[in-house]
Each structure stands twice: as structure tokens, then as C-alpha cells.
Design a protein around this ligand. Structure first.
Ligand code: C5P
Length: 233
């Protein structure tokens, strides 16, 4: 692989199972994980804390360029995220934070400010990159590009279950509406819109279990990265 670390990109809208799949692949391969959505969520949170309007492009981009963020895996295996030294892992997972993230993500200067930070995650032995534009913009030369899709109703149900488990109370109907709005914003924006790369392999996860999605991705990874069949089996 010419000395450069391999990357598997996993793109798609929210609620298709990207997060779970990426975590699984990263653990299985012993590779690093880039949660690019967290960077947009953190940018929005940092901007709001500085009382900046989310459409003030140059100011929000300046915040993105200087984000004081740290990602660390706790002994519990859970990813801990700190912003300006404060643990914000739960705060950034709310629907409000997701919506704010998708507003700042539509600003080209913000995307440009976060580009190199994302590319810096590419280190040996390899990287699993989770996002919307990993295969199209951030890592166009990735060894394997996966793109997950699923029905809006099913994605809202999955998200509802996840939020309920974390004691966050949102109605299913409101969630479905918000997901549809967020999708529309992500797909229609001019800068790095949500779309599969021409060389991505697409999977509809609507009727699939997590185990089936992981198995499918593992088959693709094995073929493309020539992982021996006895790899940690
Ligand atoms: O994946 P997650 O739900 O955390 O992403 C939050 C928002 O950040 C998305 O709705 C999208 O607008 C934006 N995003 C993006 N590009 C990425 C990752 C996330 O535009 N690579």
C-alpha cells in the first residue's frame, strides 16, 4: 500500500448503522476510527458557546480551525470527547446538536477548516472513516468505500430507541421530521453533498440486522484489503 495507511470509508445518512459498523470494523481490524460527524457537532457547540450565529461562516470556520478537542477511548471502551477540557460526549449526541451540526456543515469554509484535521487521522495500521463525504472528498483514494442507506421510518425508529436508552425523550414523529429535514440539507448543499462516491458499494440496511451488516462489510474488506481468512477468527 505504498507506505500510506489504508482507509475504509463508511458514508450515508444518520441512523443507517454507520456508527455501530465503524466501531465494529475498527475493533476487529485494530484500526483507528474517525467520527467526522462529531467534529461538525463540536464546531456547532463551540460556536454556540461563543454566542456566534451558526450562519456566520468566517467566524464559525475560525472556531472549527481552532477546536480544542480530544478523543480518547476510556477503559470501558467508550469514546470520550472533550471540548476545551470539558467532557461533552453526551451533550453533542442530542438531536439539537445534530441539527446545529448540519447547519454549520453546509458552510464551505467550515468544511475546509476541518479537512486536514480529518486527514490527520490516517495513520498505520489503518483508519475507518465514518461520515457523509469520506469517500468523495476527504479520502477519495480509500481502499474500500461503503455507503449505507435505509428507509427514513426505520432510521427514525432506530434513533428513537438509541435516544430512549440514553434517557433522551423525543417523539418518533418529530424525529422522523427532523431526520428528513437534515437529510434534505445534507443532500442538497453545494459543498460536499451527501452522495455515494462513484466507486462506493451501497447496502440498504433497512431489513438487515447489525450482524448481517457487519458480515457484509467484513466480506468486502477481506476481498479488497486481502486480509487472511484466519485474521483473529
Ligand atoms: O454523523 P452525525 O449525525 O454525527 O453528523 C452530524 C451532521 O454533521 C450531519 O447531519 C451532517 O450535516 C454533518 N456531517 C457532514 N459531513 C461529515 C459528517 C457529518 O456534513 N463527514
Amino acid at each position: 500500500m505504498n507506505g500510506i495507511a489504508p482507509v475504509i470509508t463508511v458514508d450515508g445518512p444518520s441512523g443507517v448503522g454507520k456508527g455501530t459498523l465503524c466501531q465494529w470494523l475498527a475493533t476487529r481490524l485494530g484500526w483507528r476510527l474517525l467520527d467526522s460527524g462529531a467534529l461538525y457537532r463540536l464546531t456547532a457547540l463551540a460556536a454556540q458557546r461563543r454566542c456566534l450565529p451558526l450562519d456566520d461562516e468566517s467566524s464559525v470556520a475560525a472556531v472549527a480551525a481552532e477546536l480544542a478537542v480530544e478523543f480518547s477511548a476510556g477503559t470501558d471502551g467508550v469514546l470520550h470527547i472533550t471540548l476545551d477540557g470539558e467532557e461533552v460526549s453526551t451533550t453533542i449526541r442530542s438531536e439539537t446538536a445534530g441539527n446545529a451540526a448540519s447547519q454549520v456543515a453546509a458552510l464551505p469554509q467550515v468544511r475546509a477548516a476541518l479537512l486536514q484535521r480529518q486527514r490527520d487521522f490516517r495513520q498505520r495500521p489503518g483508519l475507518i472513516a465514518d461520515g457523509r463525504d469520506m469517500g468523495t472528498v476527504v479520502f477519495p483514494d480509500a481502499q474500500l468505500k461503503l455507503f449505507l442507506i435505509a428507509d427514513t421510518g426505520e432510521r427514525a425508529r432506530r434513533r428513537h430507541k438509541q435516544l430512549s436508552e440514553n434517557d433522551m425523550d423525543v417523539s418518533l414523529a418529530a424525529l422522523e421530521r427532523e431526520i428528513a429535514e437534515r437529510d434534505a440539507r445534507d443532500v442538497q448543499r453545494a459543498a460536499a453533498p451527501l452522495t455515494p462516491a462513484a466507486d462506493a458499494t451501497v447496502l440498504d440496511t433497512t431489513a438487515k440486522s447489525i450482524a448481517q451488516v457487519c458480515e457484509w462489510a467484513w466480506r468486502q474488506a477481506r476481498q479488497r484489503l486481502q486480509i487472511p481468512t484466519n485474521h483473529r477468527d
